[in-house]
Design a protein around this ligand. Structure first.
Ligand code: GTP
Length: 836
């Protein structure tokens, strides 16, 4: 097969399937040796039929080894061949017989059972049989690439518009599930069990704990296990070294209370991991010498390190020195090097794991990292989690302070400051029963079930007490699971179902099934093809003007409704925030006092902590203690005042829509127009799909911006406090603690009359910006779509009737699947799309 044909196949998307063909024992080289008949036989296996066959026909010459470039590039020939192909039903005429020497012949009868397919409910009832969303999406994508390529080259408005619309169809949104929990709680074992990969994340060692963020995703492109290691930059490490060594220097003369010792141990652990004992006698400059990083040239070159392995076990072994911290790994020169302090994040990819097809699970080690870039990454991941798993050992679940503290401190980042819809509180190691009197199998099981019930009750009771968390998450967002990862694999006492791991798997499967991106893509593609076919009929110009007038009138009316509702939101925000400003002024002194004079901490200990707080712009997490965040404390009256209204306006639950659903109600009423103006039905279908696409895009943008709006209150306070933190950080010697406290307090008291007002105005101004953006997008996107879809263009467009038919089949099928099978939550998610 020559390069030309090879490139053509790549362009048409067949090469995407080469990986999949490998399961049939065909690698890339042998694929390109196949003849047309073989390829045609393979195609139905991956779900593409007529369209692809037609394209292959274009490549087919007099015999299987000659290809005609003209036949591909000239539209009339293309059209003729296409018609020919359409008549020839499913299978290409066999032309191989004589010339297949050296080529692989395939007998694919009955082979489809080998084909990898996701364990999705959707497969069963679909009108298109075993077509998975993945196949549909890939097929429609390849159709749209083909369409884009076929559009005439003339630079007309409609051409540009259509090309942009096709490029705009995007699908790669992933859902994030964040996993929190103290070290040793069983997070790695849980993730391994849920995704069915016993050996993926290393677990089990007592001293080695996970120290970097690990994202676990599917590798749909290759059958290999992969780890993609992202390092912090050299500059960041240099800054960190400097600050760690300085910290040790500053505190060398401070005596040793318990906190200091812990801090010292922390730093020792970090530096010894990378340098062994050598760091003790070296300067920060010396420690940046390239010789220390010989094993990781990627770090020096600011590149990612990619590890590729055949098995999970092999990958896990190779990965461990980048993810784990083993403080007990011997001393002295023989100590192995552990590189976790230099790693920002590791992404592990598991081959063909359908539970992870659209879902990423993130193992999140504790917050409060000294490294700024890692801390920022942690925050941004937490903000983006749609579900959070809080993991703790069942035996102490309700009483485990540290776990509940994690939930309390992260609730506003996940809730109003994020997009988390549900919290799963996962009690692990349910098989751990030491106090059983009855050691019979039945007795053990009975005790496990009893303890599970009790743990669920207690945890739910505990959750009900968390008033602050409940401002962000209602009772229905909180669910308790009692799992045993060990028993899931071992089945000694419990059946897999009784370990509750399958419940979590089902949850992930539903997240995959609810993935609306395929539907959005297919619906967008259907709209574009409808428009092209509609635009080819130029004889309905008169009708177009009439429809255009009605559409514009509908648009104006609907935009007015949106504006009215958003104005009400702004009024409510202003009212609640004003109350918040008044409360802040009244209570800030008292709140600050309690932060600056914490109970149970010695003066010397607090001196060191406060120094870190002011150096770190108002926030610091002492080891094993609650995080201190002066900015959040100062902003707390404002956030308290707005929390409820904010959650109502920007709910994380997908079934509720932002701004009381007013954007989702926006409609050009194309449905009734289609009944009256059948001649422009195709253009109106396009407008309906455009409307859906625009709303989806707006909802995404609102979700991103609402986090920034919420966080603006604390960020504005931090800005107002910047000057006094810098001043406080400069104190040295005697009375430093007193001077730091006085400086902070004085600054707050003198600026309280403007600081809180400014924070309020900042939030309102961001809210207004968002509202302006929404109105502008509604107005302009729809205006442009109406104008271009109903305007007769100067240039004729190619005929894509067959492509429209194919995509419409997929569209109808997906719509039907949603109606038949989608769980409640997905109805809500896709509600507007299904209406189309
Ligand atoms: N009996 C029992 N032990 C478990 C179970 N799950 C995990 N463990 C054990 O608990 C210990 C810690 O498990 P990990 O999965 O490594 O915990 P982790 O939360 O990932 O720990 P870090 O890596 O430190 O964050 C290991 O010794 C596991 O073998 C379980 O279901 N039952």
């Amino acid at each position: 097969m020559d390069d030309f044909v090879r490139n053509k196949l790549t362009e048409w998307g067949l090469s995407e399937y080469i990986e999949t063909f490998k399961d049939e024992g065909i690698d890339e080289e042998s694929f390109y040796c196949l003849d047309f008949q073989d390829i045609a036989n393979l195609i139905p296996k991956v779900g593409r039929r007529a369209i692809f066959k037609k394209r292959l026909m274009l490549l087919k010459g007099e015999d299987n080894t000659t290809y005609h470039q003209e036949s591909i590039d000239s539209p009339p020939q293309f059209q003729r061949e296409k018609e020919e192909a359409a008549e020839s039903d499913q299978v290409l005429p066999s032309t191989s017989g004589t010339k297949d020497k050296g080529k692989r012949k395939l007998d694919l009868q009955g082979e489809s059972s080998k084909w990898p397919s996701p364990p999705s409910k959707r497969q069963r009832t679909s009108g298109l049989g075993l077509y998975t969303e993945e196949i549909i999406l890939s097929d429609v994508k390849s159709i749209m690439r083909f369409v884009q390529q076929r559009l005439p080259n003339q630079d007309s408005n409609i051409n540009r518009f259509l090309r942009n619309k096709i490029s705009d169809l995007e699908t790669d949104k992933r859902v994030l599930v964040g996993v929190f929990g103290k070290t040793g709680a069983g997070k790695s074992s849980l993730i391994n069990a849920v995704i069915g990969e016993k050996n993926l994340l290393p677990s089990g060692s007592i001293s080695a704990c996970t120290s970097v963020m690990i994202k676990v995703e599917a590798n749909m492109k290759s059958p290999k296990y992969e780890a993609d290691i992202e390092f912090i930059t050299k500059e960041e490490w240099k800054d960190e070294l400097w600050s760690l060594l300085n910290f040790l220097g500053d505190n060398a003369d401070q005596g040793n209370d318990q906190d200091e010792e812990e801090d010292y141990r922390d730093i020792d652990e970090k530096l010894s991991a990378v340098y062994g004992e050598e760091w003790r006698s070296k300067s920060a400059e010396d420690l940046m010498d390239n010789k220390y990083f010989k094993e990781i040239p990627e770090f020096l070159q600011s590149k990612r390190k990619i590890l590729t392995c055949e098995s999970a076990k092999e990958l896990s072994a190779k990965c461990v020195k980048y993810t784990k911290n083993d403080s007990k790994d011997g001393d002295g020169k023989d100590r192995k090097r552990w590189y976790w302090p230099l790693v920002k994040c590791v992404t592990v990819r598991v081959p063909k794991n359908y539970l992870l097809q659209h879902v990423t699970i993130v193992d999140l080690p504790g917050t409060g990292d000294r490294n700024k870039s890692r801390d920022e990454m942690w925050k941004s991941v937490v903000e983006s989690c749609s579900t959070v798993w809080i993991v703790t050992e069942l035996n102490r679940a309700a009483a485990e302070k540290e776990t509940w503290e994690i939930l309390k401190s992260a609730s506003s980042i996940m809730g109003n400051g994020g997009e988390c819809q549900q919290i799963h509180f996962i009690c692990t190691k349910s098989d751990n029963i030491e106090d059983s009197d009855d050691s019979s199998a039945a007795g053990v099981r009975a005790l496990i079930f009893k303890k599970n019930m009790k743990a669920k009750e207690e945890v739910n009771k505990e959750f009900k007490k968390l008033n602050k968390v409940k401002k962000h998450f209602g009772d229905d967002c909180f669910k308790v699971f009692t799992v045993s990862s060990k028993e899931f694999f071992k089945k000694r006492h419990l059946e897999p179902d009784e370990t509750e791991i399958p419940k979590l798997q089902e949850f992930l499967q539903n997240l995959n099934d609810c993935h609306s991106e395929t539907f959005n893509y297919v619906s967008g593609a259907y709209g574009i093809l409808s428009l092209i076919q509609g635009a080819r009929h130029t004889e309905v110009a008169g009708k177009k003007n009439e429809v255009c007038t009605e559409l514009n009138e509908n648009k104006r009316r609907e935009c007015y409704e949106v504006q009215k509702s958003m104005n009400d939101t702004e009024i409510a925000f202003r009212k609640y925030l004003s109350k918040g400003v008044e409360n802040s002024k009244k209570t800030c002194q008292e709140k600050l006092e309690s932060n600056l004079n914490p109970k149970g901490v010695s003066g010397r200990g607090f001196h060191r902590i406060l120094k870190c707080v002011v150096r770190n712009h108002g926030t610091y997490k002492p080891k094993n203690k609650k995080q201190i965040n002066l900015n959040e404390t100062l902003a707390s009256c404002l956030t308290d005042s707005i929390d409820e209204e904010f959650r109502k306006t920007f709910p994380n639950e997908r079934k509720c829509k932002p701004f009381n659903g007013v954007i989702n109600k926006f409609s050009l009423d194309t449905k009734s127009l289609i009944e009256r103006f059948t001649d422009v039905k195709l253009q109106l279908i396009f407008l309906k799909t455009e409307e859906i696409k625009m709303k989806t895009k707006l909802n995404k943008e609102i979700r991103d911006r609402k986090k920034k709006i919420y966080n603006s209150l604390t960020e504005r306070i931090e800005k107002s406090m910047k000057e006094c933190y810098e001043k406080a950080a400069g104190f040295k010697g005697e009375d430093t603690l007193k001077n730091m406290k006085e400086t902070i307090m004085k600054h707050v008291l003198s600026s309280k009359d403007i600081m809180f007002e400014q924070a309020k105005e900042e939030m309102l101004s961001r809210l207004r910006d968002l509202m302006d953006y929404i109105l502008k997008t509604l107005e302009e996107t729809m205006q442009k779509s109406i104008e271009l879809s109903l305007k007769t263009d100067d240039y004729p467009l190619p005929d894509f009737e067959a492509e429209l038919e194919e995509v419409q089949k997929y569209y109808n099928d997906l719509k039907k699947r949603q109606e038949e099978e989608t769980p409640q939550i997905c109805f809500a998610l896709l509600g507007e799309a299904a209406d189309a």
